[in-house]
Design a protein around this ligand. Sequence first.
Ligand SMILES: *[C@@H]1O[C@H](CO)[C@@H](O)[C@H](O)[C@H]1NC(C)=O
Ligand SMILES: *[C@@H]1O[C@H](CO)[C@@H](O)[C@H](O)[C@H]1NC(C)=O
Ligand SMILES: *[C@@H]1O[C@H](CO)[C@@H](O)[C@H](O)[C@H]1NC(C)=O
Length: 301
Amino acid sequence: MQTFCPHWLCPGLFFSFYLIWILILPLLALPSASDYLHRGWQRLLEEGESCTDCSPEECPTPRGCLAGVVKDTCDCCFECANLEGQICDLDNTNYFYGKCGDNLECQLDMEDLRHGEVPEPQCVCLSSTAVCGSDGKTHSQICKFMEAVNAHPEANLTVIHEGPCESAPQILSPPYDIWNITGQDVIFGCEVFAYPMAFIEWRKDGTDMLLPGDDPHISVQFRGGPQKYEVTGWLQIQEVRTTDEGDYHCFARNTFGETVATASLTVLTPDQLNMTGLLLPKPRHQLFEDDEESEDGDDYY
Ligand SMILES: *[C@@H]1O[C@H](CO)[C@@H](O)[C@H](O)[C@H]1NC(C)=O
Ligand SMILES: *[C@@H]1O[C@H](CO)[C@@H](O)[C@H](O)[C@H]1NC(C)=O
Ligand SMILES: *[C@@H]1O[C@H](CO)[C@@H](O)[C@H](O)[C@H]1NC(C)=O
C-alpha cells in the first residue's frame, strides 16, 4: 500500500520534491545560452560531490576541443580547454569558468576598463606572430593555428615556418564599377593581401601609361592595412570628364606573382542623366577612406 504515493496523498514527499525544485530551478533557469555559466555551475555541483576517488577509465572522452584539453577541477578527467577570447578563471584554476588551452593565458581585458566596464578575464594568446601552415594558409598566430589543427585532426597540419606564407598577391576588396556626373570626384579602392608586401599600380585601358602620369586631376595613394600584411591603394579622379570614361585596372605585384582587378567608370553629363532618368543603379559600397575598422594602426608592416 505504501509503494505508490501520488504527491497529493503524501504531503511530506511532495514538500521535499518542492524543496528540491526551489533549490535547483534557479540553477537551471540561468541563461542556458551561456555555456560558461552552465559549465561553471556544473563544476560547482561536482565540487560538492568532492574529489575523492579518481577512476580515469570512467572519464568521458572530451570531443571537438579546439583549444586542446585540460584536467578538471579534481585533477582527474580531461575536459575541453577554453579558447582565445573566452572567459576564464583568473587564478588559472578551472574552478568556475575554466582553464585556457595551450599558448593561452587568462588575462584581464584592460580594454573593458577603458570603456568603463568591469574588466572580464579572458584567454589571450601568448604569441602574436603569424605562422604559415602546411595547408598553405597564413594563420594569424599559433592559437588560431592550433584551432585549425584541432578542428581537422585528419589533415595532419604542421607549421612550415613562422611568419605568413609567401604568396602572390590576393585582391581582398577589388575596385567597384562607378558612375557619376561630370564635375564630380570619383575614387576607386583596391585592398590587397600579400607576403612579401605587394606594390599596387593603376592603369587605364588602352594606355600603357602608369597612373597618375602627368594628369593633375588624377592622383593615387597607398597605405598599409587595414589588416596586417595588407596594402590598400586608391585612385582618385577629380572633376571627372567624359574622356575619363573607361576601364581602370588595379595591378598588385610582388616577387611571387601579379593579380589584377578591373572596374569601369561611366561619366554622364547632366543632360544624359536627365534622359536616363533615375533608372541607374545605386553606387556600390566604397572602400573606407579613413579606416576606422583598423584596430592596431602601427602594426601593419
Ligand atoms: C595523416 O597521417 C596519418 C597517419 O600518419 C595518415 O594515415 C593519413 O593519410 C594522413 N593524412 C593526410 C591528409 O596526410
Ligand atoms: C558622385 O560623386 C559625389 C562626390 O564624389 C558623390 O557624393 C556621389 O555619391 C556620387 N554619385 C554616384 C551616383 O556615385
Ligand atoms: C531635366 O528635365 C526637366 C524637364 O524634363 C527640365 O525642367 C530640367 O531643367 C532638366 N534638367 C537638366 C539639368 O537638364
